[in-house]
Design a protein around this ligand. Structure first.
Ligand SMILES: [Mn+2]
Length: 464
């Protein structure tokens, strides 16, 4: 089982033991209360003040906190092949405009040029076999500056990739390679925005592969001249059933996916400063068969570029399944924002503090996700996420819950994370009936919240 977020990971970069303790304490509060809003984390004035002081302490920044996360990721490494999933999200503090003035160096315009905020680009490391979250190998928290010249003014298509914001995709890959042990193979996964020629030029090596969704048709060497034209002329190699999780505009279903794959030599766009003028890659096309596409919906259609050698259908399907795990990073963003910690509702009003709060929230959100995912990986042990007193309390709660509903026993082995998650989810209002499906994040978060209150009461009485 993985180490928890709150066990002495910041010792290197944080000024002293007292602050280290303060960070651990705050992160535990965030975890059990499921919130990043300082006011909600404690009813004690002194605790709140301590948290605020720690965030405003200029002797360490969000980057120093993130060093702790990277250390933790390394110590959790439990496999020799990982998926490294990267993506960008923005944090909007438009509502704080009056507080977050144009003078704050840690705040700038976001996707919408008028809304104040910053961006975060994490690389999430996943064990593809256990489907577990190992940690973060790189996180870039950055902001644009007000009044920055636009792409046209900067002659954007003429400047080197290092000067562009999109360099973040390559930077996080390089940082990941530097951090992870050499015997660990890495498959880097990114969405369409990650389809950057320079990435294919600079990142792959003997142990590092790319698996990236195609954004644009590319020139290729050979008679078909264009990548998509080549795909049109490739036959379907086979079909596979894929479970599609329901979303806003996507119905939950078992989709039948037709799979094509082929080798291609892509050409560097003209004017580009790269060492390889063309690069051999493989391309996989996954297209949903019309027979499973619901009416009024567009079927699944992915074109994936990869440096993995795709020589048979099995390998193509394996890559499709790896790419599917990209939803984990989307889920992480939801947990940090709307589905959980509500970090955008923070009233801190200061970019430096908000970025530190985000660095801590990233690690805590990962813990909440681990709880939920544990129901699929039922043998994962829990180490020190909950202490022995809490386990005693959980045993009592478990007996009470099971007593009320004789038919519904906690199906998991005691001391596993799944056993704890089952109890927390039940406290959060989940019935445990198969028909209701697995508990969601809101339920787990509510469960942690109520659990925390009940445990405080339990401690009070056991003190008597
Ligand atoms: Mn994206």
């Amino acid at each position: 089982m993985q180490n928890t977020c709150c066990s002495a990971i910041y010792t290197v970069k944080v000024p002293d033991v007292r602050i280290q303790k303060r960070i651990e304490f705050s992160m535990n509060k965030m975890l059990t209360l499921g919130s990043s809003i300082v006011n909600r984390l404690s009813s004690l004035h002194t605790e709140k003040i301590g948290f605020y002081r720690m965030l405003s302490n200029t002797r360490f920044s969000h980057d120093d906190l993130l060093e702790g996360s990277f250390k933790l990721c390394l110590s959790n490494m439990d496999t020799d092949h990982v998926l490294a999933i990267q993506d960008t999200t923005e944090f909007n503090y438009g509502g704080l405009k009056s507080k977050l003035g144009p003078d704050d160096p840690d705040i700038g315009p976001t996707g919408s040029s008028k809304i104040a905020g910053f961006f975060c680009h994490p690389m999430l490391i996943v064990n593809p076999i256990l489907n577990s979250l190992i940690g973060f190998s790189s996180v870039q928290i950055y902001n644009r500056t007000w009044g920055q010249p636009d792409k046209k003014e900067r002659k954007y298509n003429q400047i080197d990739i290092e000067e562009k914001e999109s360099y973040r995709w390559i930077k996080s890959s390089i940082e990941t390679k530097e951090l992870l042990p050499e015997n660990v193979k890495v498959t880097i996964i990114g969405d369409r925005e990650n389809d950057i020629y320079e990435d294919f030029d600079r990142v792959p090596d003997e142990r590092t592969n790319l698996l990236i969704r195609s954004r644009c048709d590319r020139n290729i060497v050979g008679e078909h001249k264009k990548l998509y034209n080549l795909l049109d002329n490739t036959i379907v190699a086979g079909s596979v059933e894929v479970e599609i999780t329901g979303q806003k505009n996507r119905k939950k279903r078992t989709a039948l996916i037709d799979v094509k794959f082929t080798k291609a030599k892509i050409c560097a766009p003209t004017r580009l400063n790269v060492s390889q003028k063309n690069i051999e890659i493989y391309v996989i096309e996954a297209t949903e068969n019309p027979s499973t596409i619901p009416t009024n919906e567009v079927g699944i259609s992915w074109k994936l570029l990869t440096t993995h050698k795709i020589e048979n259908l099995e390998k193509a399907i394996e890559c499709i399944n790896w790419y599917k795990k990209r939803w984990l990073i989307e889920e992480l963003f939801r947990v940090i924002k709307t589905k959980g910690f509500e970090i955008e509702s923070s009233q801190l009003g200061d970019g430096f503090k908000l970025k530190k709060l985000l660095a801590m929230t990233l690690e805590v959100a990962l813990q909440v996700m681990r709880l939920k995912l544990s129901l699929n990986e039922v043998n994962q042990k829990q180490d020190n996420l909950f202490n022995s007193n809490e386990i005693k309390f959980l045993e009592k709660v478990n007996r009470k819950i099971e007593g009320q509903t004789q038919k519904q026993k906690n199906p998991y082995n005691e001391q596993t994370l799944a056993w704890i998650t089952w109890i927390i989810a039940r406290i959060g209002g989940w019935t445990g009936y198969k028909s209701q499906g697995p508990p969601g994040y809101i339920t787990i978060k509510n469960g942690l919240d109520r659990y925390h209150q009940q445990y405080e009461g339990f401690l009070m009485f056991s003190d008597d």
